[in-house]
Design a protein around this ligand. Structure first.
Ligand code: GLP
Length: 242
C-alpha cells in the first residue's frame, strides 16, 4: 500500500507533493491537513503558496495540525516550529489563524496539552492527509527510535543524533532543546492518507529500513508498512539503497 515515486530532483518532489496536497484542498475545501517541519517540505510549501497566489488553491476552509514542537522555545523564537510554519507557509496563504493547530511546547500542564491535541484532531474529524519528513534515524515527527511504539501525542526526550542533526539551525548544539512534544505513532497512523517526502543521501539508510526492513519501533517510520494509503516521494539519492 506504499506508492513510491522516485523523482529526478528535489524540485520535482516539491511540485508533485504540492499537487497532491493542493489537489486534496480542491476536492475537499474543508479538509484537515497534517503538516510537518524540517527542510524537506519547504519546497512543497513554496509551491502551495504559489498556487494560492495564482488563484489555483483556496485555503480559507482548511484546518491544519502540525506534528510537533520543541519544548521551552517561545512561539516567537525563530527556531520554534510555530515560527517556521508562519514563515514558510501560513503568512503566504489564507488559512484562518483559528484553524491552525501546533502543539505548544511551553504549556504548564504538558500532559493535558498532549491529551487535548489528540482530542482536537478527533473532534475535527481526523486528518485527511498527513505530510511527513523522515529523520536519518527513521524518526517521524519526533517519534524517536525506541523499544515500543507510542500511540498518542506525548513528550519526547530527543536522541543525541537528532540534537546533532538539528544543531545546524541553532547557534550551537547546546542551544538545541532536549525535549519536544510530538504526535504519536497512533495519531499519525490514524490519518487517512500519508505523504512522506525525503531527499538526499543521508536519508537512504532510513528509507531502505522503512520500506524493506522489519516493522520495528527501532525504525519508527517502518510502521508505515501497515498503513493502507501511503505515498512516498523521494529523490534518487534517498532511493540509493533500495
Ligand atoms: C526534525 C523534525 C521531523 C523532520 C526531521 C527531518 O527532527 N521533527 O519532523 O522530518 O527533522 O528533517 P529534514 O527534513 O530537515 O531532514
Amino acid at each position: 500500500n506504499i506508492h513510491l515515486y522516485v523523482c529526478r530532483d528535489y524540485d520535482t518532489i516539491s511540485k508533485k507533493a504540492a499537487g497532491l496536497v493542493g489537489g486534496m484542498v480542491s476536492v475537499k475545501p474543508n479538509c484537515i491537513l497534517g503538516l510537518a517541519t524540517g527542510s524537506s517540505p519547504i519546497g512543497m510549501y513554496e509551491r502551495l503558496a504559489e498556487m494560492y497566489r495564482d488563484g489555483i488553491t483556496d485555503f480559507s476552509k482548511v484546518t491544519t495540525f502540525n506534528l510537533d514542537e520543541y519544548c521551552a522555545l517561545s512561539e516567537e523564537n525563530d527556531q520554534s516550529y510555530h515560527y517556521f510554519m508562519r514563515e514558510h507557509l501560513f503568512r503566504h496563504i489564507n488559512v484562518p489563524d483559528e484553524n491552525i493547530h501546533i502543539p505548544s511546547g511551553c504549556t504548564q500542564d504538558m500532559e493535558m496539552e498532549c491529551q487535548q491535541y489528540d482530542a482536537a484532531i478527533a473532534a475535527a474529524g481526523g486528518i485527511d492527509i498527513q505530510v511527513l519528513g523522515i529523520g536519518s534515524n527513521g524518526h517521524i515527527g519526533f517519534n524517536e527510535p525506541a523499544d515500543a511504539f507510542i500511540g498518542p501525542t506525548h513528550l519526547v526526550n530527543l536522541k543525541e543524533s537528532t540534537i546533532k542533526a538539528n544543531a545546524r539551525f541553532f547557534q550551537s548544539e547546546a542551544d538545541v532543546p532536549r525535549r519536544a512534544i510530538s504526535m504519536g505513532i497512533g495519531s499519525i497512523m490514524a490519518a487517512k492518507k500519508i505523504l512522506l517526502i525525503a531527499h538526499g543521501a543521508n536519508k537512504a539508510k532510513a528509507i531502505t529500513a522503512t520500506l524493506e526492513g522489519p516493522i520495528t519501533p527501532e525504525v519508527p517510520a517502518s510502521i508505515l508498512q501497515l498503513h493502507p494509503d501511503v505515498v512516498m516521494m523521494i529523490d534518487q539519492e534517498a532511493a540509493a539503497g533500495l
